[in-house]
Design a protein around this ligand. Structure first.
Ligand code: ADE
Ligand code: ZN
Length: 329
């Protein structure tokens, strides 16, 4: 891409609305934390680990992602990981980020949930001061686990709510989608809604368009993470357009996880042209070969986006921030 175009995209004020903080763990940091914490890794070095990042579908990625996250043990580890991400996106013109984290991945290994919150929140607060990036947190439930496990996690986290009222604003749902429909989490989402959290959920990444409808109808989410398979249901597409329900699309993720075979086949531009509030995001940038700016560049090239498309995508991302941020603007 020519340098002027890259500068143009970098300078657009952009929000990232779909990133898993555990998915920002770069191989060199995985190795550093493994050494610091005495964790054995089944890879000789950073290059060997990176070479293993060849995925056939979502589950093949998740297996590596959970193994990588197992080096995170202390508050300092969560802080270091989050600071590295914020430092990186500050260079890309990202002005706001809504960060997902998966406490169950850590509490299952005996890490106190308080340490997970403390490390990530310390970095987010420091990132505001240091780089002027506003951020908040989306605590996400792992959908391959039970609804009861989600309720237990919510119960463990709620005593921390007042302490992190400035950062913890959202609830999300991630991990293996197929066979774990939104309905499975209907009651815990109803509780989170009563508690006043903003609700989002992954749907229509590998799962069918029906899961997107169910996330809207049963979970009452205000945004859909991914949602690219919505296109299979024209009535759903019309509903998403009419209600301006944002989709947090992750192009490089979709390519690496073989949701699309080639970036030129991605439906992002078609969805945008049908009036949907499409946004671009990185999902798990350390695993999928690019941060937010790289995702913009990849789709701009593959789908021949013009400047107006790029401006619209960046504006959509700012409009789709959690309402408290939009109303402050
Ligand atoms: N957890 C981290 N990345 C994910 C993705 N792309 N889909 C579902 N769960 C995830
Ligand atoms: Zn995701």
């Amino acid at each position: 891409m020519n340098p002027d175009r890259l500068t143009f995209i970098r300078k657009l004020p952009k929000a990232e609305l779909h990133v898993h903080i555990e998915g920002t763990l770069e191989p060199d940091l995985i190795f550093r934390l493994a050494q610091r914490n005495g964790v054995m890794l089944p890879y000789a070095d950073v290059d060997a680990l990176r070479a293993a990042y060849q995925f056939t579908n979502l589950q093949s990625f998740l297996d590596l992602y959970y193994a990588g996250a197992a080096v995170l043990m202390t508050e300092q580890d969560f802080y270091d990981m989050t600071m590295a991400y914020l430092r990186r996106i500050a260079q890309d013109g990202v002005v706001h980020t809504e960060i997902m984290f998966d406490p169950q991945t850590h509490t299952e290994r005996g890490v106190p949930i308080a340490d997970v919150f403390a490390g990530i929140a310390r970095a987010v607060r420091e990132g505001r001061e240091k780089w002027g990036i506003t951020s908040c947190l989306i605590m996400s439930f792992l959908r391959h686990l039970s609804e009861q496990a989600a309720f237990d996690t919510l119960e463990q986290a709620l005593p921390l709510r007042d302490q992190y009222a400035d950062v913890w604003l959202g609830i999300g749902l991630d991990s293996g989608e197929q066979g774990n429909p939104p309905e499975k989490f209907e009651r815990v989402y109803a509780r989170c809604r009563e508690l006043g959290f903003y609700l989002v959920a992954h749907a229509g990444e590998e799962g069918p368009a029906d899961y997107v409808s169910a996330a809207l109808d049963k979970l009452n989410v205000i945004r859909i993470d991914h949602g690219v398979r919505s296109e299979e249901d024209p009535a759903l597409v019309a509903r998403l357009a009419d209600r301006r329900i944002p989709l947090t699309v992750c192009p490089l993720s979709n390519l690496k996880l073989k949701v699309v075979n080639d970036m030129s086949e991605h439906n992002l531009k078609r969805l945008l042209d049908q009036g949907l509030c499409v946004t671009i995001n990185s999902d798990d940038p350390a695993y999928f070969g690019g941060y937010l700016l790289d995702n913009y560049v990849a789709v701009a090239k593959a789908l021949n986006l013009d400047d107006a498309d790029l401006v619209k995508l960046a504006r959509n991302s700012m409009d789709a921030r959690f309402p408290v941020f939009v109303s402050q603007a």
